[in-house]
Ligand binder design. Sequence first.
Ligand code: SF4
Ligand code: SF4
Length: 377
Amino acid sequence: MQSDEKRVLTRADLDALIGALAGRGYRVVGPVLRDQAIIYDDIGGVADLPAGWTDEQDGGRYRLERREDDALFGYAVGPHSWKKYLHPPRLQLWSAKRGENGFAVDREPETIPPFAFIGVRACEIQAIAIQDRVFLEGPHVDPHYQARRAGAFILAVNCGKAAGTCFCVSMGTGPCAKSGFDIALTELTDAGEPIYVAEAGSATGMEVLSGVSDRAAQPAEIERAAAVVARTAATMGRSMETEGLRDLLMNNLDHPRWDDVAERCLTCGNCTMVCPTCFCTSVEDSSDLSGQEASRSRRWDSCFTMDFSYIHGGSVWASPKSRYRQWMTHKLASWFDQFDTSGCVGCGRCITWCPVGIDITEEARAIRENPGQKAKS
Ligand code: SF4
Ligand code: SF4
């Protein structure tokens, strides 16, 4: 459900909204400033948000800088994504305790309060939708993801600034949230103290919004909000031509560019860790020394590790070239075959957080500009 009526919130209203969500039992999580980056963590109100900060991003580069205003959302995306809550880096799948009659196994997903995510960007909403497709819409539903995703409240923010590594416009995912949110805000910073043009995207969103503001947005404010996202769309740091991209990559698996990128790639796996859609995991078992307790955990893994593709006799992706090619062709090509969607939403994190600045848009462009070449064997 989406309401056509847009409201205006002040900073105090937004603070009240966050308080209202906490009062309804949500665990409220949002952007905070920590260790010289903007990451996601629990928040108690707008005082915890990174007011007056922005980020400068490029290949292998991320820096925070002061803004000239007090914008609460005047930056793009940082190293964290919401996947750390919905699909945590480490998760216990079951535990077992030895008793008089043998082992008693506990495999119930943990009970957790519903999340309220504050400041979700349009590309991140699409990333969540992609993970929904992977974990909930296939033949095997993941009960852990399902428990965490159920009842999550999404307060989206339409981007007022594109990072140097953003390319959501190319991927059709941003910078304006079109659906998949409970409330969407656009921050207006052009007239002193920031204000927020808000629209509800669900019945719960409308209820929460109505509880904190009854001031309807004026046509001029709605126009200013539209101008904010139009300006952001026009200033994307990167772009990627997606027309025919799946076939282009699948028809160029022997292209010499894969050798070129392998010369630069450290196979560190950072790109997969920061990517909001990557979902690969490995399973580990452990037991205590007395043999009384055992547990099985799932942890994020990466197609850049040798172990991840290890089968009888060795790793399928033994070379850096094969690992990078697997990652990029999965994101941009074979993901369509598996899930009917691209695995990339254009958030740019893999470019920013690659220590050597490898740029997925540049790699795709290099193949497009010289298709059909074959590496010398
Ligand atoms: S592309 Fe960059 S981030 Fe990804 S594995 Fe290679 S060096 Fe690491
Ligand atoms: S592949 Fe890179 S740009 Fe695309 S969604 Fe993942 S981290 Fe973002």
